[in-house]
Every structure is written in structure tokens, then in C-alpha cells.
Write a protein that binds this ligand. Structure first.
Ligand SMILES: Cc1cc2nc3c(=O)[nH]c(=O)nc-3n(C[C@H](O)[C@H](O)[C@H](O)COP(=O)(O)OP(=O)(O)OC[C@H]3O[C@@H](n4cnc5c(N)ncnc54)[C@H](O)[C@@H]3O)c2cc1C
Length: 438
């Protein structure tokens, strides 16, 4: 049944937050001729936003084809490296392919302050009404249905048929709507990041790159100091993004500061030479929602949809977040467009969003890894015991010292593996790990 349409002074849709999720939604709506407001608390979109940051091309290209001709991108990634650290050594593996060197490149590094501003500018140019420096303080609810938002501007109430909540990890609006509880600190990582300036030539020499080619390194093991934590180094044009994320609950318990953890990583013998001579240019911190599928909020209600980090849409294992944000923003916009066509804005109409998410990689991937956050938080040995075992085993195996190889293998098993992780526990970890990966 058709429902009351928006007030005559209002918008068709209000989007809260001009990050990847909100801007993707606003751009899609504006392109479809919908009257949409995009409200951002920052002085400009991206002013407060932080990411590692690797941006994946496909979801951006699905919204703005050939975006790479105009968007402020740093480097296209041709190599992904993984390092597992012990205090004094590292085991690494990498994948490098010439397939990543041709257009369309699969992924780019970006600096969010530049990228978000550009992306929101595209939404603005497409016809979205971009309102910066404006904080959404509350949802406006009438008869159980969200009909607008209050802002911190004088006379700042705005009305719409649909509100898309894309205000990021600390979504106060989702909380105020009762769609999600206050997030447990076990489901939240605190990430710190430094932008380290380094001349282009040095980056290209150290990471074996040419021109605008880029590389990423994901770092595990010793950086975590026994907690659930991982680090990263991503190459930009003339800087490196160096950072680390740690589960908040662990960090509070440890009494350590994120700076101490990041400094520890930067001074590791395999990392230090990569950063040598670099000048810290910027220091940033942000939260990452890491709870996965089990910790997701309700994704819609009467007149409202939730997208991106606000909805816990992060695939921590694959280090994906911005792509889930963009795709969910686009799907939320498409749901709103259908609702406007049918003049139906209740929960039933909004539920089409969940169906779209179910049919996409977003909920399929998050469901696949639903046991992973629980598995990881219950087994901190993944971040300390196993990295040490792997590194010590490699050192023993590769040290040439006239000890017969059979004896070496026996030593590795008895003194390095079994002593630190008894067989029964090792097998249990493998079995549970296999199950957690779905
Ligand atoms: C250190 C770090 C590294 C990461 N690395 C990667 C990576 O390499 N690749 C990747 O894909 N993902 C990465 N992520 C995750 C990724 O950044 C997020 O998943 C993504 O930014 C989510 O987009 P979003 O639009 O939902 O939220 P956000 O990007 O947080 O945007 C939310 C927007 O809402 C605005 N806002 C908030 N509250 C209000 C309010 N009340 N009123 C008005 N505006 C408001 C904010 O200012 C912001 O602009 C990383 C995250 C961190 C912290």
C-alpha cells in the first residue's frame, strides 16, 4: 500500500556520512534523479577519514566507470607480500603478477583525505546536495518510522522518505535507533597509521617497482606482542602508509599504547630498512569494526537503511572494508529508488536491501567467515606461538651446520613444534581453523 510521501520541503533521501558508503549511495541516487542530501560532519569529506588504504577498483568502477582517469590515486598494486615476524626474523611470501599491471588495475592505494573529497565532489556534481561541517545529532521518528534527521545547525531538521545511515564505525545514529547495541570492545580494533614521506626513487628501489606500480605488505606475528593484531605497509607515490590494528579489548588489558606497538613494528629488523630515512608526515588513528557477521546490527527498519562500517561490514581476513562500504551504499540507494517508485517506505519495502546484500558478495563472504572472529580471539597463539615456531623451524632447517637432515627434522618437531604446542592442541587448532574458514 502506498504510504505518505515526503514533506514538500524535504528530500527524497538523506544520507548520513560522506565516506565510501554514503557517497556511493548519494551518487547513485543523484544519477537516478532523486533529490538527495549528503550530510558530512567533516569540514570537507575525507577530513577525518582513515584507511590503510587499498581501494578496490571493481566496486568503484561499478559506480563511476573509468574512475581511474580522474580520481586521485596513488599506486596500482602489482605485488602483495605477507610477512610473519618473530623478534629477530621473518618468513615472507608474496604474489606478484604482470596481470595487475594492466588496466583496469585491480586495486590502488589512496589517501582518503584526497579520495573522499574527490568522490563526494562527483556526487555533488551529479546533483546531490552536499552539506559539510554538519553533524547529524538524532534521527527524527514519527509513528515508528524514520522521517528525517536533526543536525547541529540552527533550524537544522531535515526530512526525507528514506534515511541511509553511513556514519561509520561509531554509528551513533544506528545506536539511537536501537538497531545496534554499544559495540563490545572484542569486536573493535583500534588502528594507528603513520604516513612516512620517502622520495619516489627510494620507494621504487626498495619495493622493486617502476613508475606508478605499488606493493603492499601485511605483517603478522611479533607486531602483536601476544595480542590479536596485524600490521601493514602500503606504498603511495612519495610516501608509505605504515600502520597497525589491535583488538581494543586486548590493548586495554595490555596497558600498552598503540604508539608503542607501532614503534615496535617500525624497529623490527626486517621492517626498519624499508622505512630508513623516511620523515613522519601525518599520524592518524581510527577504529575498525572486526566483529563480522555475528556482530552485525539490524540492517533496516521503517524508513531507514544502514550501510558500510556502521553495519559492521568489514572482511578483516581479506582486509576489505571500503569495497563493502561502496557496494552496500549502492545497494541501499537502489532499494531507496525502488521504494520511491512504489511509494512504500516501511520495513517491508526496506527489506529488499537485505535481499540484495544476501545476493551479493557482502553477506555471502561475511557469513562464510562468521566463525573467524571468535576463533581468532580465543586463540592468541596464532599471533605469537605459531609465528615463533615457523620462524625457528625455518632457521633450524636452513642453517647448514653438519647436523644430518633427519636429525634436524626430529629436532624441529620435538624441540620447536611439540614443546610449544602439543600435538593434541595443534591438531585441534588446525581443525577449528579449517572450520572457521568455512
Ligand atoms: C587503519 C585502517 C586501515 C584500513 N585499511 C583498509 C584497506 O586497506 N582497504 C579497505 O578496503 N578498507 C580498509 N579499512 C576499512 C575502511 O576504511 C572502512 O571499511 C571504510 O572506510 C568504511 O566506509 P564507511 O563509509 O562505511 O565509513 P567511513 O569511511 O568511516 O565514513 C563515515 C563518514 O561519516 C561521517 N560521520 C560520522 N558521524 C557523522 C554524523 N553524526 N554526522 C555527519 N557525518 C558523520 C564521518 O566523518 C565519515 O566521513 C581500513 C580502516 C582503518 C581504520
Amino acid at each position: 500500500m502506498a504510504e505518505t510521501a515526503r514533506r514538500s520541503d524535504g528530500f527524497d533521501v538523506i544520507v548520513v556520512g560522506a565516506g565510501p558508503a554514503g557517497t556511493a549511495a548519494a551518487y547513485t541516487l543523484a544519477k537516478a534523479g532523486i533529490k538527495v542530501a549528503l550530510i558530512e560532519r567533516g569540514v570537507y569529506p575525507g577530513a577525518k577519514n582513515v584507511m590503510g588504504g587499498v581501494m578496490y577498483s571493481q566496486p568503484v568502477g561499478a559506480i563511476i566507470p573509468n574512475f581511474w582517469d580522474e580520481a586521485p590515486l596513488e599506486r596500482h598494486i602489482i605485488e602483495q607480500q605477507y610477512q610473519i615476524l618473530s623478534p629477530d626474523s621473518a618468513i615472507s611470501g608474496k604474489h606478484r603478477s604482470t596481470q595487475y599491471a594492466v588496466q583496469p588495475h585491480n586495486r590502488y592505494t589512496v589517501l582518503r583525505a584526497k579520495f573522499d573529497a574527490w568522490f563526494a565532489g562527483q556526487a555533488d556534481a551529479a546533483g546531490a546536495y552536499l552539506l559539510t561541517n554538519t553533524v547529524v545529532t538524532d534521527p527524527i521518528i514519527d509513528n515508528g518510522r524514520v522521517i528525517g534527521v536533526s543536525t547541529d545547525r540552527p533550524d537544522g531538521d531535515l526530512y526525507a522518505n528514506v534515511v541511509i545511515v553511513a556514519d561509520g564505525v561509531n554509528s551513533l545514529i544506528a545506536e539511537k535507533l536501537g538497531l545496534r547495541p554499544v559495540i563490545d570492545t572484542v569486536n573493535m580494533a583500534l588502528a594507528v597509521k603513520e604516513i612516512v614521506a620517502l622520495p619516489r626513487g627510494k620507494i621504487e628501489d626498495r619495493f622493486n617497482l617502476e613508475g606508478d606500480e605499488g606493493a603492499t605488505i601485511d605483517i603478522y606475528g611479533e607486531v602483536a606482542r601476544g595480542m590479536v593484531a596485524t600490521g601493514f605497509i602500503y606504498t603511495n607515490k612519495d610516501s608509505l602508509s605504515v600502520g597497525l590494528g589491535v583488538i581494543l579489548k586486548d590493548l586495554v588489558k595490555s596497558g600498552l599504547t598503540p604508539y608503542e606497538l607501532l614503534d615496535g613494528m617500525k624497529n623490527h629488523p626486517t621492517i626498519k630498512p624499508l622505512l630508513a630515512g623516511g620523515e613522519p608526515r601525518e599520524y592518524l588513528a581510527h577504529m575498525i569494526p572486526e566483529g563480522g557477521y555475528q556482530a552485525m546490527p539490524k540492517l533496516y527498519s521503517d524508513g531507514v537503511l544502514i550501510a558500510g562500517d556502521a553495519a559492521m561490514m568489514v572482511n578483516g581476513f581479506h582486509r576489505e572494508g571500503s569495497n563493502l562500504a561502496m557496494t552496500s551504499g549502492k545497494l541501499a540507494a537502489e532499494t531507496a529508488i525502488e521504494a520511491i517508485e512504489h511509494k512504500e517506505f516501511g520495513a517491508r519495502a526496506m527489506s529488499a536491501y537485505k535481499t540484495k546484500l544476501n545476493n551479493s558478495y557482502i553477506l555471502q563472504d561475511l557469513r562464510k567467515y562468521r566463525k573467524l572472529p571468535g576463533f581468532i580471539s580465543s586463540r592468541p597463539q596464532i599471533f605469537n606461538v605459531y609465528p615463533q615456531i615457523i620462524n625457528d623451524a625455518a632457521t633450524e632447517f636452513l642453517t647448514v651446520d653438519s647436523v644430518p637432515k633427519k636429525q634436524k627434522q626430529w629436532k624441529i618437531w620435538r624441540q620447536i613444534v611439540k614443546k610449544r604446542r602439543p600435538l593434541r592442541k595443534l591438531l585441534r587448532d588446525i581443525y577449528e581453523g579449517w572450520r572457521a574458514f568455512g
